[in-house]
Each structure stands twice: as structure tokens, then as C-alpha cells.
Design a binder for this molecule. Structure first.
Ligand code: ADP
Ligand code: MG
Length: 704
């Protein structure tokens, strides 16, 4: 159970005065909610940190006020100057003065009654807003605040500025955040007292207070003590959660799985190529790890096209040689089917019994698979999330491979692992994202890594070029010429903010356009299509019946069509570098010269330009990932938002790496001295884990 004192923070944001269902919907858009959270809560308001402040502290006399700055003025209302009747365009002006000068408050499309009520003739008011010069006169258009002298205290002198969404005003967020801050209970300090003292950090509650109700503009810099403290809190929670999960994994006995090599030999004989050196050494690392009595958790990292699937198959064969079963899980239906196709002929040659289980297998067919699985009549089960379902029971699962891990959460990995005998299958996680070391540490802790650094022989470099969208006609003409020579083209359509529907609409529109320009051999693939329709389209493209495949980002990972040699990516500036790299990896797999055309909408910002240039300059996935980290900061590199990986809410700060290393050491030390988190700091740390919603870890100590 979550500690009861935290309950007010996890209440719906609608429990805050001024937030109703309509604003809650807007907040859902503006706030970054963790995966699975459908309604904004008070805690989400707290993590929605301001990006700056408006300083209203300057309170000059009118004669001393500087035009172009934000000021707060104490004025008397002198005169109302309504626009002439029938002229809606002219503004409503109110002349005000103090002892040193005059200015006009200016209102466009104003409601007369409202202004008269706000600014009665002869009364005194504080007005705050941007002072401007209009000809020889001073004016303030639409003051941000107009308050009578007795309400002077309502004027936020340092007003936090929040990232907004249309319809959600700063004032609403300020009010909500202030209430949210007031709800933070007094919590026992979870930081090591000496470390906190040395850093001069405020308490958790004071830190959030300083960020939402700043007393100094410097409070809001990510380098400020308050921000750094919260960043450290978040990193510590993450590291502690990972350390707990690992502690638990280590405590459980694993299973030594050893094969005699007979099935692997048959697979190798059936392969039309020799394994690369990298593949061979990764396989050896995996085999050694499986043979050890601890529970294996290893990451296989290899750039797109580096040949991870074969490694996975060979590793799964080890489990089967040992008389047990293996599972391979892919993030999408398309990928699961593709794995099946790649693996099927090799499996047949090696006498492996394989089956596929996705959301599409239903009723009798599904029952039949589940029955065979339970009876041990299936050696390798390939599938999607459907493998997690409770009624999927193996006779003896010894080894599970998870492809493209970052699309799955830690708890899903644990769920699959738990299907092994005595709850402990060995796990191999595969990813094409070249995750820099620091990030590996934040998201996975210290897990073992095998890398495929060599590309299979015969890979061609991909020529990458950035092209402004205005030049699209020319590009289409060049593609027409290429098609005549047998080329095949992927055309990836733009990612459109948040709305699945509009992404689809854009793809459909481009598809129609290309059909018109290039003929009927243009196919369309998107997430809303039915499974069989997707398969049919993919198959037609793979069989070279379709020459051009317009797709939303569903093709991002894994798809393998060696003859395809041109990749067009629209609105490339909206993709992360890692994603662009993944997409580009779809081409350059066959004999043809390959191209990647990055369409962008000019003008590009500085960062976007640097990113696109990086893509033109190199195909080295690690370099790209490191550059991405440098350009965008930790949380975004993995495309976290799209992948479901937990994103940092506050930890994207300068000094991130130092804080992270400290948090990791801190977490290890804590667990060495207090593995159950039952001491006084330990109990305080439990609250921290709840606050940052490290649920897997929370579940572990709850079970203990
Ligand atoms: P990824 O690592 O991106 O998952 P795949 O496993 O899909 O890559 O492999 C990409 C392509 O490379 C496949 O067609 C596969 O058959 C081929 N391949 C794998 N290993 C080798 C190798 N050693 N030599 C030549 N081709 C290989
Ligand atoms: Mg793959």
C-alpha cells in the first residue's frame, strides 16, 4: 500500500480548485503523464515544472518606467475612452496616471462592462504587464493583472511560466501548482544527511515550493539547488528500483542450460552465409551465461541489419538441445510474423517445432497452440505481447528473447521471465538502439552486454541526403527513374503531434499523391490496418509486387526487404536521430546502391540542422547515439515518449552524469546496509519510490 500521507498527491488533478473535467482534458495534453496513467493527478501537476519566470517586481513610477519591460504600476483611473460606436476595430482605452506621468491601458475587442467593473473612474489599481511606447505615449495592452490595492498580495511578483497547451492558461496552472505544492506532506528526509548538507540542498517539499513559487529567477535554472535536488531524487529512485530488482534476481537461483550443439550445427549448415566474428563471440558469451547457474539477463546490442535474429535463433536452439523450450517476443505483429518467416526454413532444416502466438490467434487455433505448448510439443514460441497472457503456460521455458526491449517495460520482462520453471527463465534482450553507457545504466542498471559490432559482409553504404520538402516534385521524378531500374522505395510519413488519426491521414494523402504520380504499384501500411491486411501488404512489397511502400512509423523496427534501396523520410526533423538511424537501416541490405532522403521543412532550427547533418555524415550508430545525447539530453534519446520507456521528469539537467553515478553508488550502499529498506532511511526511501512510481521495485519489497 502506498503510504497514506502520499494519497493527496495521487488524487485526481480535478480535486484542485479551479480544475474541472474540461481543464483536466487539456492538462492531459500539456502534462507528461507516465505510461498507463489516463487522468492527470496532483503529482503530475507538481512535475510540470516552469520553464522560466516573469519578473513583476519592478515597481517604478510611471516617469521612470522603461518601455519594453514588464512592470507593476500603482495608478489612478483617470478617464475611459470607449471606441466610437460602430468601429469594432478601435481599441477601448483607459487613461491612468500617478504623480509622475500618464499612460493608456489598451483593450482590443473588449467587453465594456468588464472594463468598467475592473477600472472604476477615480479608483486606485495595481496593473502589471508589458509597458510599450506608442508614438509619444506610453501604453500597456491587456494588462496581465489588474488588482485593487487591498488585493496587492494576489499579484505574483515572480510568476512562473509553464509549458502550455492551447486553451490552458498560465494562470490556471499557477493556481493549480500552488495548491499542489500545499498538499505535499512533511516527509522524512530520504537523502543521506551529509550528502545533502554538502550540496546545500533544500528539502523535497521546499524544492518543489521553490520551483513553483519562486522567490528568485535563479531558482528556476536546472542548475539551481532545488532543481538539482529533485533531479537527484528522481535518479536515486530509478537506481534504487533497479538495484532492488537486481538484488531480487540475484537472490533467486537460476538455471544452468547446456546444449550439445546438435541443433545449432544443423542451423549453421542451413544458413546461406557464414556467421560474422561478432555473431560468433556474442553467441559464445550467451552460451556461457546460459550454462552458468545464475539467472541470466543479457542485452544483445547490434545496429540494424547486424544479424541479431540468427543469434537469437542459435541461442534458443541451446535451450531446445537441453530439452527445454524457448520464446521470442517482438513488439509488433508485423515483426513477429517476420521473425517467423526468417526462422521457419532454418527451424525446419534443424527439426525445431515452432509456432506463433499474437493477438490474431483466437479461439480454437489459439487453444490448440496453448495445448501443444503445455504438452511440450512446441520448441520455440514466437509472438507479441500476447505471450504475457496468464493462460500461456509452457511445459518448460528455459530461455526467453525479447526483441527491441525498449518497447516493453521492466515488469513485462519480469512477467515473461516468471513463466520459466520455478519462475526463472534466462532472458536475452535485443535492441538495435545503440544505447550509450550512461543511459544503459539509468534504464537497466548494470546488466551484461554483448555487442554485434561487425556488419555482415556485402553491406553497402547508404547515401544520405537532406532535401527540402519544396523539392519533392524533383525527388519524385528521380524516384520514377530509379523504379524503372528495379528500385524499391520505403516512404515514411510524418509523425504528427499526438494524434494517431492525423498521422494516418497524412500517410493516406501521400499515398494517393504517389499513386497518381507513380502508378498503382504504391502500397500503404499503417497501424490501424487489420493484421492480415498488413501482412498482405508487407508480403507484396517483399515479393517486389509493390514498388513503393508508404508507411507510418510501423516499419521502424526490424523489417527486412533486401531489395528495397531507397528510404524517404518526410519531416525528418521531427524524428529522433536514433529513429532516423533505425529507419535508414532498412535499406542498404541488398546489391543495389542505396539512398536515404531526409525531407524537411525549411527553415530548420540549429539543433535540427545539426541532427540532419549528422545523419548525412555518418552511419555509425554509436556516434549517432552519442551525438543525440549531446543534442537532446538523456530522456529523449531513446525516443522514450514513443517507446513507453520511463522518461525523466526532472533529471534532464546539467551535471546529469555526476548525479547519476552518485545515485548508483548511493543505491548500492543503501541496499548493502539495509536490503529490506526497513531502517529509518530505508523507510523514507520507500516513500521516494512511491513518489516516482517505481512500481516494479515497490512490488518487490511489498512481497518481502
Ligand atoms: P537485425 O540485427 O537488424 O535484427 P536481422 O537479424 O534482421 O538484423 O538480419 C538482417 C539480414 O542480414 C537478414 O537478411 C539476415 O539473414 C542477414 N544476415 C544475418 N547474419 C548474416 C551474416 N553473418 N552474413 C550475411 N547475412 C547475414
Ligand atoms: Mg531485428
Amino acid at each position: 500500500m502506498r503510504p497514506p500521507e502520499l494519497a493527496p498527491l495521487f488524487a485526481s488533478a480535478q480535486s484542485l480548485a479551479g480544475i474541472g473535467p474540461r481543464l483536466a482534458i487539456l492538462m492531459k495534453k500539456a502534462l507528461r503523464l507516465p505510461p498507463g496513467v489516463v487522468e492527470p493527478r496532483v503529482v503530475d501537476v507538481l512535475w510540470h515544472l516552469p520553464t522560466g519566470v516573469i519578473d513583476r517586481r519592478a515597481e517604478p513610477a510611471i516617469a521612470d518606467a522603461t518601455p519594453g519591460t514588464i512592470v507593476t504600476l500603482k495608478v489612478r483611473v483617470l478617464k475611459h475612452k470607449a471606441p466610437p460606436r460602430g468601429n469594432n476595430k478601435a481599441p477601448y482605452k483607459v487613461a491612468v496616471e500617478d504623480d509622475t506621468g500618464k499612460l493608456d491601458l489598451v483593450f482590443f475587442h473588449a467587453e465594456r462592462k468588464f472594463i468598467e467593473r475592473q477600472l472604476p473612474m477615480g479608483d486606485e489599481r495595481y496593473v502589471s504587464g508589458r509597458l510599450e511606447k506608442y508614438g509619444d505615449n506610453l501604453q500597456m495592452a491587456h494588462p496581465d493583472y489588474i488588482v485593487p490595492p487591498e488585493a496587492r498580495g494576489d499579484l505574483p511578483l515572480l510568476e512562473p511560466v509553464y509549458p502550455l497547451t492551447a486553451g490552458l492558461s498560465g494562470k490556471v496552472l499557477i493556481k493549480a501548482a500552488r495548491q499542489a505544492v500545499d498538499r505535499i506532506p512533511e516527509l522524512a528526509e530520504w537523502q543521506d544527511p551529509q550528502w545533502r548538507h554538502q550540496r546545500g540542498w533544500p528539502s523535497f517539499r521546499d524544492s518543489l515550493h521553490l520551483l513553483h513559487v519562486p522567490t528568485d529567477a535563479a531558482d528556476l535554472s536546472p542548475g539551481s539547488k532545488a532543481w538539482q535536488r529533485l533531479a537527484y531524487d528522481e535518479l536515486l529512485a530509478g537506481q534504487l528500483a533497479l538495484a532492488l530488482v537486481r538484488q531480487q534476481a540475484k537472490a533467486q537461483k537460476g538455471r544452468a542450460v547446456r546444449g550439445d550443439g546438435r541443433i545449432r550445427k544443423k542451423i549453421i549448415a542451413a544458413l546461406p552465409f557464414a556467421l560474422t566474428g561478432s555473431q560468433v563471440s556474442a553467441l559464445k558469451e550467451i552460451a556461457d551465461d546460459m550454462a552458468a547457474p545464475n539467472r541470466m539477463l543479457r542485452l544483445l546490442q547490434g545496429d540494424v541489419g547486424s544479424g541479431k535474429t540468427v543469434v537469437a535463433l542459435m541461442a534458443m536452439a541451446i535451450a531446445v538441445e537441453a530439452g527445454a523450450q524457448a520464446a521470442l517476443m517482438a513488439p509488433t505483429e508485423v515483426l513477429a510474423r517476420q521473425h517467423l518467416e526468417t526462422i521457419a526454413p532454418l527451424a525446419e532444416a534443424a527439426g525445431l517445432r515452432i509456432a506463433v502466438l499474437t493477438g490474431r490467434e483466437k479461439g480454437k487455433a489459439r487453444d490448440a497452440i496453448l495445448g501443444e505448448l503445455r504438452a511440450g510439443a512446441i520448441d520455440i514460441l514466437i509472438g507479441t505481447h500476447a505471450l504475457f497472457q496468464e493462460d500461456v503456460v509452457f511445459s518448460d521455458l528455459a530461455f526467453a528473447v525479447i526483441d527491441e526491449q525498449h518497447r516493453f517495460g521492466v515488469h513485462q520482462r519480469l512477467a515473461l521471465q516468471a513463466k520459466g520453471k520455478d519462475g526463472g527463465a534466462n532472458v536475452l534482450v535485443m535492441t538495435a538502439t545503440p544505447i550509450p553507457r550512461t543511459l544503459l545504466m539509468t534504464h537497466y542498471g548494470d546488466l551484461d552486454v554483448s555487442r554485434l559490432t561487425e556488419k555482415p559482409a556485402g553491406r553497402k553504404p547508404v547515401v544520405t541526403k537532406a532535401v527540402p520538402i519544396d523539392a519533392i516534385d524533383k525527388l519524385i521524378e528521380r524516384i520514377r527513374a530509379q523504379l524503372a531500374e528495379g528500385a524499391q522505395v520505403y516512404w515514411v510519413c510524418p509523425l504528427i503531434e499526438s494524434s494517431e488519426k492525423s498521422e494516418l491521414a497524412a500517410a493516406e494523402e501521400r499515398h494517393a499523391h504517389l499513386v497518381q504520380r507513380l502508378g498503382e504499384n504504391v502500397g500503404l501500411l499503417h497501424g490501424a490496418m487489420s493484421g492480415p491486411a498488413k501482412d498482405a501488404t508487407m508480403a507484396a512489397f517483399a515479393a517486389n509486387e509493390l514498388k513503393v511502400l508508404v508507411a507510418t512509423t510501423v516499419i521502424e523496427v526490424g523489417v527486412n526487404v533486401p531489395n528495397a534501396n531507397i528510404m524517404v523520410i518526410e519531416h525528418a526533423e521531427r524524428f529522433g536521430l536514433a529513429q532516423l538511424h533505425q529507419l535508414r537501416g532498412r535499406v542498404g541490405r541488398g546489391v543495389r546502391e542505396s539512398f536515404c532522403m531526409l525531407l524537411y521543412k525549411a527553415p530548420l532550427g540549429e539543433t535540427a540542422e545539426a541532427r540532419i547533418k549528422m545523419m548525412e555524415d555518418t552511419e555509425d550508430g554509436f556516434l549517432i547515439a552519442e551525438k543525440d545525447l549531446e543534442l537532446r539530453g538523456g530522456g529523449e534519446v531513446l525516443g522514450a515518449r514513443q517507446s513507453g520507456l520511463p522518461e525523466f521528469r526532472v533529471a534532464d539537467v546539467p551535471g546529469f552524469e555526476v548525479l547519476l553515478a552518485a545515485a548508483r553508488d548511493d543505491a548500492q550502499l543503501v541496499l548493502e546496509t539495509d536490503p529490506e529498506l526497513s531502517g529509518s532511511r530505508g523507510r523514507a526511501l520507500r516513500a521516494l519510490l512511491y513518489l516516482f512510481e517505481c512500481d516494479e521495485a515497490v512490488r518487490l519489497f511489498r512481497a518481502a
